[in-house]
Design a protein around this ligand. Structure first.
Ligand code: F6P
Length: 323
C-alpha cells in the first residue's frame, strides 16, 4: 500500500484530531503517502482531498473538533455519489482509507467496499460510546467530564434554591454519557433509553428524597430516553408534584467540544496507529478498538449490528448511592 486517506465523519468528538495525527504519523513511519479528505464522504465525492505531511498535524493533539471537518453525507447514500467518490480516490491513487466516526460512517464504508473494493479500517469516534468492539470510543471520556463539570455547577445553584433539576445529556440511542456522568455527579436518578422510564418511579424517588430531608435533587436524562426528553419528563413530574420547584437544563453540543482528556488523546493515538497497521496487514471492513487494554479489530458488521449494553450493575448503583 503506497497511498492512503483519512477522514472524520458523523458527529465530531474530542480526540478526532489526535487520531488524525496518529494516522498521518503512522503512515509516514511506513513510507505511505497520506491524504486528508475534508468533510467526510462529501469531500470524497467532491474530491476535496489534500496531502498531509507531518507538520500538517502539528499542534492539534490538544484541540477539540476536527481539522478535517465533518459532515453527514446524503449524496454518499446514493450509488451515483459513491461512484463519484471512488473516481476521486482513483484519481489520487488512494488504495486504503482510515475512517474516524460512528456506525453511520462504518455502514457507508462497508457498502463502498462491497461496490468498489477500497479497503477501510475504522476508528471509533463518537461521544456516545455506543459502538460494539471497543470499551471506549474516542471523545466519550472528554464528554462525560464536560457533562460532569456542568452537573457540579448546576448542583450548586440547585442546592441554593432547593430545586429539582432535570439535566439532559447527549446520547441519541445510548445512555452511556448519562449513566457515567450521573454516577460521578451524584445524581438521584439516571434515565436512559436502555431501561423503561416510569414516571411513578421518578415521583417515588423524589418524594423519598424529600422524606430524607434532601432539599435539592438531580436527575440526569439521556436525550434519547424512550419516555421523552428532559423537558417532557419534567413537565409530567411537575403535574404530579406541583409544589416542587423544577428546572430543566439541556447541556447540548457543549459536550461535543473542548480539549480532549489525556485518556481520549491516548486512546485516539493508539487506535490511529492500529488502523494504519490494519490496512498494511491487509485488513478491511474492520474497526480498531481496545477491549481490556488489548487492541482488537472487529468487523464493521458486528460493530454496526451487535449491541454494547450498559452494565446493569452501573444502573443499580444509583439506587444505593442516592439513598
Ligand atoms: O452521535 C453523537 C451525537 O452527539 C448524539 O449524542 C446526538 O444525538 C447527535 O450526535 C447530535 O447530532 P447533531 O450534531 O447532528 O445535532
Amino acid at each position: 500500500m503506497k497511498k492512503i486517506a483519512v477522514f472524520t465523519s458523523g458527529g465530531d468528538s474530542p480526540g478526532m484530531n489526535a487520531c488524525v495525527r496518529a494516522v498521518v504519523r503512522a503512515a509516514i513511519a511506513q513510507q505511505i503517502e497520506v491524504f486528508g479528505i475534508i468533510r467526510g464522504y462529501d469531500g470524497m465525492i467532491r474530491q476535496d482531498i489534500i496531502p498531509l505531511q507531518s507538520p500538517s498535524v502539528s499542534n492539534i493533539i490538544q484541540r477539540g473538533g476536527t481539522i478535517l471537518k465533518s459532515a453527514r453525507s446524503k449524496d454518499f447514500m446514493t450509488y451515483e455519489g459513491r461512484k463519484k467518490a471512488f473516481e476521486s480516490l482513483q484519481a489520487k491513487g488512494i488504495e486504503g482509507i482510515v475512517a474516524i466516526g460512528g456506525d453511520g460512517t462504518f455502514k457507508g464504508a462497508q457498502v463502498f467496499f462491497e461496490e468498489f473494493g477500497i479497503p477501510t479500517v475504522g476508528c471509533p469516534g463518537t461521544i456516545d460510546n455506543d459502538l460494539y468492539g471497543t470499551d471506549y470510543t474516542i471523545g466519550f471520556d472528554t464528554a462525560i467530564n464536560t457533562a460532569l463539570e456542568a452537573i457540579d455547577k448546576i448542583r450548586d445553584t440547585a442546592d441554593s434554591h432547593d430545586r429539582v433539576f432535570f439535566i439532559e445529556v447527549m446520547g441519541r440511542d445510548a445512555g452511556y454519557i448519562a449513566i457515567q456522568s450521573g454516577i460521578a455527579g451524584g445524581a438521584e436518578l439516571v434515565l436512559v433509553p436502555e431501561t423503561e422510564t416510569k414516571i411513578e418511579h421518578i415521583i417515588h424517588t423524589l418524594e423519598q428524597g424529600k422524606a430524607r430531608n434532601k432539599t435539592s435533587e438531580i436527575i440526569v436524562v439521556a436525550e434519547g430516553d424512550e419516555a421523552g426528553d428532559a423537558t417532557t419528563i419534567a413537565a409530567q413530574v411537575k403535574e404530579k408534584l406541583p409544589h416542587l420547584d423544577i428546572r430543566v437544563s439541556v447541556l447540548g453540543h457543549i459536550q461535543r467540544g473542548g480539549s480532549p482528556t489525556a485518556r481520549d488523546r491516548i486512546l485516539a493515538s493508539r487506535l490511529g496507529i492500529a488502523a494504519v497497521q490494519g490496512l498494511v496487514e491487509g485488513r478491511s471492513n474492520v474497526m480498531a478498538g481496545i477491549i481490556n487494554d488489548e487492541l482488537v479489530y472487529t468487523s464493521f458488521h458486528d460493530t454496526i449490528h451487535k449491541a454494547k449494553p450498559i452494565k446493569a450493575e452501573l444502573l443499580q448503583l444509583i439506587d444505593i448511592l442516592s439513598l
